[in-house]
Design a protein around this ligand. Structure first.
Ligand code: SAJ
Length: 403
């Protein structure tokens, strides 16, 4: 039996996937409300295919509890934030979960850490916990997740995976559990290599997004069409530039690369600059809003609306979202009044929030497309006659502004 600890964006789909593929699974989370929701037969976030997977897992007998189980295998999937000052990974949740597991884990149990951590964290922060508790019998494994919100179920089934372990036998044993559902290749390596690969993968994407954002800023400065330029460049066989945007959100690309900056400040220069470039994009958009208002003789900020609150399209996840960053920045400059709407956010999280596209559009003259949800793509004609700042190049109405 596997006890999955932490039933969030990664732990829950992983637990459901294993359960629906014949592995006995019990999911544990210390959040009583979350466990009660799952016990009552409801998922806790929206994701394509998750509800069906949940039903399959329930039929297969998955259970949810706040209690840690006595079993031979644990998968820990809890958040790993970074310390905003030092930029280093903050493993406090992983350490706390490991301590709780050690209270019940039998001798020689396997403890798999799925949470993203910087290279060396398991050696520096987790192994000492085992030593302190006299539990060197426990086998540590690192199996970083790779799934992308919006396509999690498909990617859980098809992505290749990395498993880091102290000894090959244990690594292969865990690989077998994952291969119950994973059709991709599973590479077994050592723990530090597995830690580094995960952080490097997300850093690669962050740096490439920053590159696109920097090109967009250069193009804005000298009035060139960044989208046409990227389109043409990408016709070169070895060039594949990503898309500029209003900023980078989510709990991965906007967080993990900082771990390398925190741990290797004098070496991680390109990464540091890239993260600053991405973090500066919401401010860049705020500046564009100001310029466009001026150009159009507009002075009433309350007639400007931000479309989208989530960190990217067609998900309900708002963590580190560019829209929230932009609103925070506006507030820091003592400004407020922007209207906001997102079809995926039905509870009030910011001031001046709307819950229907039509009433939002009725109350604004200037729309900023912060997130390219399908909803706005399908209703583009409703923006006719408005000033539009399209941060994703999805609107082909005449006179649209870009970042
Ligand atoms: N973004 C851009 N331009 C682009 C692509 C993305 O501005 O061309 C923005 C998005 O709008 C979003 C942010 O970047 O705000 C991040 O979105 P994303 O879709 O690039 O990635 P995440 O954060 O949803 O998921 C990433 C994935 N990592 C990689 O692609 C290397 C996923 O595979 C990881 O599992 C996930 O991080 C994670 O949990 O670490």
């Amino acid at each position: 039996m596997i006890n999955v600890i932490g039933l969030g964006y990664i732990g829950l789909p992983t637990a459901l996937m294993m359960a629906s593929h014949g592995v006995e699974v019990i999911g544990t989370d210390y959040n009583k409300e979350l466990v009660a929701t799952l016990q009552s037969g409801h998922t806790t976030f929206k994701e394509d295919g998750l509800d069906d997977l949940f039903q399959d897992a329930l039929k297969a007998g998955i259970r949810f509890t706040t209690e840690y189980q006595v079993t031979d295998t644990y998968i820990v999937s809890v958040p790993t934030p970074y310390d905003k000052f030092s930029k280093k990974v903050d493993p406090c949740y992983v350490v706390a979960a490991v301590k709780d597991v050690l209270k019940v884990a039998p001798a020689n149990a396997i403890l798999v850490i799925e949470s993203t951590v910087s290279p060396g964290t398991i050696e520096k922060s987790i192994r000492p916990v085992l030593n302190e508790e006299n539990r060197t019998d426990i086998n540590l494994v690192h199996a970083p997740e790779r799934i992308i919100p919006g396509n999690m179920v498909y990617e859980l089934l098809h992505n290749n995976r990395t498993i880091g372990a102290d000894n090959r036998q244990i690594g292969e044993k865990i690989a077998k559990y994952y291969s119950s559902f994973c059709k991709g290749e599973i590479v077994v390596t050592d723990i530090k290599t597995a830690e580094m690969t995960k952080v490097v993968e997300n850093t690669f994407r962050a740096v490439n997004i920053a590159f696109a954002n920097e090109i967009a800023k250069i193009c804005r400065h000298d009035n060139m069409d960044v989208y046409e330029i990227i389109r043409i460049c990408n016709m070169h066989p070895r060039v594949n530039i990503l898309q500029p945007g209003p900023g980078v959100g989510g709990h991965c690309i906007s967080v993990d690369p900082w771990f390398l900056v925190g741990d290797y400040p004098s070496l991680a220069k390109v990464i540091d600059e890239s993260m600053k470039t991405n973090d500066g994009m919401p401010d860049f958009v705020l500046n564009r809003i100001y310029e466009i208002m001026k150009e159009n003789g507009m002075s009433d900020i309350s007639r400007v609306g931000l479309y989208g609150l989530t960190y990217k399209e067609n998900v309900d996840d708002m963590r580190e979202s560019p829209t929230l960053q932009l609103l925070e920045s506006q507030e820091r400059h003592l400004g407020t009044g922007l209207k906001v709407y997102d079809p995926y956010i039905t509870k009030e999280v910011v001031k001046n929030q709307y819950y229907s596209l039509d009433s939002f559009l009725n109350d604004v003259d200037f729309v900023v497309i912060m997130v390219k949800h399908n909803e706005i793509k399908d209703n583009m004609q409703k923006l006719m006659g408005k000033i539009v700042l399209d941060c994703h190049n999805i609107c082909d109405l005449p006179g649209v502004y870009h970042i």
